[in-house]
Design a protein around this ligand. Structure first.
Ligand SMILES: *[C@@H]1O[C@H](CO)[C@@H](O)[C@H](O)[C@H]1NC(C)=O
Ligand SMILES: CC(=O)N[C@H]1CO[C@H](CO)[C@@H](O)[C@@H]1O
Length: 338
C-alpha cells in the first residue's frame, strides 16, 4: 500500500507540473476476491534450460510487457517470473551476475512493479544447479544475498526461494529455504515477502504425507513475511500434463489437508501454480478450489495460473493473451476469484 500511495503522490505532483503531456498513471484495481495475490506464472526466461547459458531470442525470451498490461487490466496483481539460477550467476553459486541476462530481469521486474503489481523472482531450478542437487547451503545463501541486494529497495519484489524441489532429502530442502531467507535478509531486503517451496514438487496434496511439512514448519524469518508456496494440478497424477481433471471437486479435495496444516501451524499459503483444461469438469474443479480457498482466506493468500509467456503457442494451459486456450476458455469463468 505504501508503494501505491507513493506512486499516486508522485503522479499528483507531476500532474501539477506537466498536466498536458502526462500519461495516465496505471493503478491496480481492487481485488474482487479476498485474495492478496492473484496472477500468472510468466514463462520464457527459463526456457531452453538444456542450453546454458543460451541465447536470447533463440533459447529463451522474456515475458511481453503487453501481456502484463492485459492481465493487470483484468485485475491481476502478481506475476511469477521464471528464470534460471545459472543464467543469473553463471560460474558458481558464490559468483557474480551475468549483467546481460540480469538486465532483462531488471527490465521485466521494474515494468511489473511500476504498474503497482508484485514481481516474483522465481529461480525455476527444482533445487538443482547445473543439474546437480544443491547441498551447499552457504553457497545458496550467497547466491540469494547477491540477487536480493540488487532488488532490496523494491518492496513489490517477492523472492521465491526455488521452484519445486523433488527427490531429495526433506531436511536439505528446509535448510536451503532457511539459507535463502537468511541470505535475503542479510542483503538488507527486509520488507519483501519470501515464498518458500517444499519437496515433492511442492505439491499441496503431498505436503503432509511427503514429510516436507515437518521440516518446513520450522523456518524462521526476522521480518515474518514467509508465504508457503504450494502447487496443485488437477489431473490424475497431479503432474499438470493433461486436460482431463479427475472430477469437478478434485481441486478442493486435493488442498484440504494442506489447508488444515496451514491453520494448525499458523502459516500463510499460496497456490503458486495451478491449471486445468478448458472444459466444464476442470472449470468446476478450479472454481471449487478457488472458492474453498477464499472461504479459508485467513490462510490462503492467493493463486497463480500456470502459465503465461509469449512462447507457449497452443499449449494446453496457456493463458497468454489474446488467444491462449485458458485465456479464452477458462479465465472468463474465474474472474470472480481475481
Ligand atoms: C550472459 O547472458 C547472455 C544472454 O543473456 C549470453 O548470451 C551469454 O553467453 C552469457 N554469458 C555467460 C558467461 O554466461
Ligand atoms: C506442469 C507444468 O506446466 N510444468 C512446467 C514446469 O516448468 C517447465 C519449464 O518452464 C515447463 O516446461 C513445464 O511444463
Amino acid at each position: 500500500m505504501k508503494f501505491l500511495d507513493l506512486l499516486l503522490g508522485a503522479s499528483t505532483v507531476a500532474t501539477v507540473l506537466a498536466a498536458p503531456t502526462l500519461e495516465p498513471t496505471p493503478t491496480v484495481r481492487k481485488r474482487k476476491s479476498k485474495f492478496q495475490f492473484t496472477g500468472v506464472n510468466e514463462s520464457g526466461a527459463e526456457f531452453g534450460n538444456t542450453a546454458l547459458p543460451g541465447q536470447l531470442g533463440k533459447d529463451f525470451t522474456w515475458p511481453a510487457h503487453s501481456a502484463i498490461d492485459t492481465m493487470v487490466g483484468q485485475g491481476m496483481n502478481t506475476f511469477r517470473v521464471a528464470t534460471m539460477m545459472e543464467r543469473i550467476i553463471p560460474t558458481q553459486l558464490t559468483g557474480t551476475f551475468n549483467e546481460t541476462y540480469v538486465a532483462g530481469l531488471d527490465d521485466i521486474v521494474s515494468y511489473i512493479t511500476g504498474k503497482g503489481a508484485y514481481a516474483i523472482i522465481d529461480p525455476h531450478n527444482f533445487g538443482r544447479y547445473y543439474s546437480n542437487i544443491i547441498t551447499d547451503t552457504a553457497g545458496f545463501k550467497a547466491w540469494w544475498t547477491t540477487v536480493a541486494k540488487r532488488y532490496a529497495t523494491n518492496e513489490r519484489v517477492i523472492f521465491d526461494i526455488n521452484n519445486e524441489f523433488h527427490d531429495e532429502d526433506n531436511a536439505v530442502v528446509a535448510q536451503l529455504n532457511q539459507a535463502g531467507i537468511d541470505g535475503i535478509r542479510a542483503a538488507g531486503a527486509t520488507s519483501q515477502y519470501i515464498f518458500v517451496e517444499g519437496n515433492s514438487w511442492t505439491g499441496a496434496w503431498h505436503w503432509v504425507s511427503s514429510g516436507t511439512a515437518t521440516d518446513m514448519a520450522k523456518l524462521t524469518d526476522p521480518s515474518d513475511k514467509i508465504v508457503y508456496e504450494m502447487h496443485q494440478y488437477l489431473d490424475s497424477d497431479g503432474s499438470g500434463t493433461s486436460t482431463t481433471c479427475v472430477s469437478g471437486t478434485i481441486g478442493r479435495e486435493r488442498i484440504t489437508e494442506a489447508t488444515a496444516w496451514l491453520k494448525a501451524n499458523g502459516k500463510k499459503g499460496i497456490i503458486g501454480e495451478t491449471a486445468g483444461g478448458a472444459n466444464t469438469q476442470c472449470i468446476s474443479a478450479i472454481q471449487g478450489m478457488l472458492s474453498y480457498m477464499q472461504d479459508n482466506s485467513d490462510v490462503w493468500t492467493g493463486w497463480l495460473w500456470w502459465g503465461g509467456g509469449p512462447w507457449w503457442g497452443d499449449y494446453i494451459y496457456s493463458i497468454e493473451p489474446p488467444s491462449g486456450i485458458a485465456y479464452t476458455g477458462v479465465l472468463p469463468s474465474i474472474t470472480q476469484f481475481i
